[in-house]
Design a binder for this molecule. Structure first.
Ligand SMILES: C[S@@+](CC[C@H](N)C(=O)[O-])C[C@H]1O[C@@H](n2cnc3c(N)ncnc32)[C@H](O)[C@@H]1O
Length: 459
């Protein structure tokens, strides 16, 4: 709604009229101009409209509000006068430049022209593949609309089983082709190609709930505990048959499968250590534990091992810890496992020097899906802190995605805006050289795909 504020009335209203207003105080101009509402300052030639508008600009700038001044070409605005009055001209100019449609359009067109014809043709081909498969799967789904629920669900499972291999083959190939196109790009080329790719392809990729969540990051980052849950449960989820098939594709990509393989990997490491130490309860810690499926899996498959473990689960995400409590506390009660749920950022524990207090000495400390977000400096600092929390004779396993084998790197970045710090075996070994004492064992292992590396350190 627009308001007209007659400046003449503001200046000349008789005192008794103004006083009738609610607070009996004449409202200042800036109080009458309500934010988010269009206000017109009305007045004749000598009513001081420019002066009034300038005072509003100064007031809005003092509140850090963005301000633009729009006027006809060759309008009356004389910038030095504004500056003299206290207007921040730089801020006004910055917005003015941003406001130039022609300039923005030129930038968009330049960017469009910088994307190579080969890349455009490749995207167009992939886009047509998506259109064709979506059309076909939508039609299949429509034929099931009137069936009973049991028939529909069974037919949907069959459709997914038949369609997924075809879609996966094409999209896995697309990941490799994308790598060939972009792996050697400079940053600005990535920006241009990524925007082009997303403009055309994300509406399809994001039909997969996993990729949608990775891209939109409802908890503020990709790789949250619910994304891990998505990997560990039935992959055929989505709001349409097409979405379900796409989700199966997303969950079979190299990085996703490597993630799933972690469960078995840690399960085996824990059981091996338990059988090496048959006499006592093992003290374990999982750092950045997420939903802790490996522990759930271990206790469900081997309930007899419950009274052999004491585990600290650390995650900065309150919801992840709540999820662990809900799923694991009943299992702990049934099996005798001791589980400590620590909803705290490992960085905070480090800076507050309370890591030792929270963990004590542990026989096994592991972390997966956390160190590949840390810079080398933070990696080394956390590694040293965890090493000091490892008991003599104890082990650490630190996961990091492998630079040399993750064929999904570029697809993750382009389609899901999901960035990891990939590292090689040698880089992981180098980072471990910052430890204060030489470990008994220093090696790099991996899950079967070789995509998730694990720095294994024994004290
Ligand atoms: C990719 S998930 C991996 C979860 C689990 N380790 C797994 O393999 O399934 C990473 C987890 O680390 C947690 N995380 C990230 N930064 C953290 C920090 N500074 N301190 C503690 N947890 C953190 C996230 O909340 C998330 O649950």
């Amino acid at each position: 709604m627009a308001a007209v504020i007659p400046l003449s009335a503001l200046e000349s209203r008789p005192r008794h009229e103004v006083d009738r207003e609610a607070d009996a105080r004449p409202k200042a101009l800036n109080e009458r101009v309500v934010p988010g509402r269009l206000s017109e300052l009305a007045g004749g030639r000598s009513s001081g409209r420019t002066t009034a508008a300038v005072s509003l600009v100064i007031r809005a700038q003092s509140l850090d509000e963005p301000v633009v001044w729009v006027q006809p070409r060759n309008g009356s605005l004389y910038p030095p006068d504004l500056a003299d009055s206290g207007v921040d001209l730089d801020a006004l100019y910055r917005l003015d430049r941003r406001g130039s449609i022609a300039e923005r359009l030129h930038t968009a067109v330049r960017e469009h022209e910088n994307v190579s014809q080969e890349f455009k043709a490749w995207v167009a081909d992939l886009l047509d593949f998506f259109e064709a498969t979506k059309q076909c799967l939508d039609r299949e789904e429509a034929t099931l609309a009137d069936s009973d629920r049991w028939t529909r669900e069974e037919a949907t499972r069959d459709c997914i089983a038949e369609a997924a291999p075809i879609v996966c083959e094409r999209l896995n190939r697309a990941s490799v082709e994308l790598t060939d196109f972009v792996a050697d790009f400079e940053d600005d080329e990535h920006g241009q190609h990524r925007r082009f790719y997303r403009r055309h392809l994300c509406k399809f990729y994001h039909r997969a709930p996993l990729l949608h969540r990775a891209y939109y990051k409802p908890l503020g980052y990709a790789g949250d505990y619910e994304m891990m849950n998505m990997l560990y449960r039935d992959h055929g989820e989505g709001d349409t048959l097409f979405g379900k098939v796409l989700n199966v594709y997303a969950c079979q990509e190299a990085a996703a499968q490597a993630n799933i393989n972690r469960i078995k990997y840690f399960n085996q490491r824990i059981r091996a250590l338990l059988s090496e130490n048959p006499e006592r309860r093992l003290r374990i810690a999982s750092i950045g534990c997420g939903p802790s499926h490996e522990i759930r899996n271990l206790l469900e498959q081997h309930p007899d091992l419950g009274d052999r473990i004491d585990i600290a689960l650390v995650d900065q995400e309150e919801r992840a810890i709540e999820y662990c409590e809900r799923t694991l506390a009943p299992l702990a009660a049934r099996t005798g496992a001791r589980i400590h749920f620590i909803g705290e950022s490992i960085r905070r524990l480090l800076t507050a020097r309370s890591l030792g207090q929270a963990l004590g000495k542990r026989d096994l400390i592991y972390s997966a899906g956390l160190f590949d977000y840390l810079s080398d400096r933070s990696f080394e600092a956390l590694l040293r802190a965890l090493y000091s929390a490892t008991a003599e004779g104890g082990h650490m396993y630190i996961g990091n995605v492998n630079l040399a084998t993750n064929t999904t790197k570029w697809a993750m970045e382009y389609a899901s805006d999901w960035y990891l710090i990939h590292r090689t075996k040698e880089q992981l070994l180098d980072l471990a050289r910052s430890l204060p004492t030489d470990p008994r064992i220093l090696e790099v292992e991996s899950e079967p795909l070789g995509v998730n590396l694990f720095l294994h350190i024994a004290r």
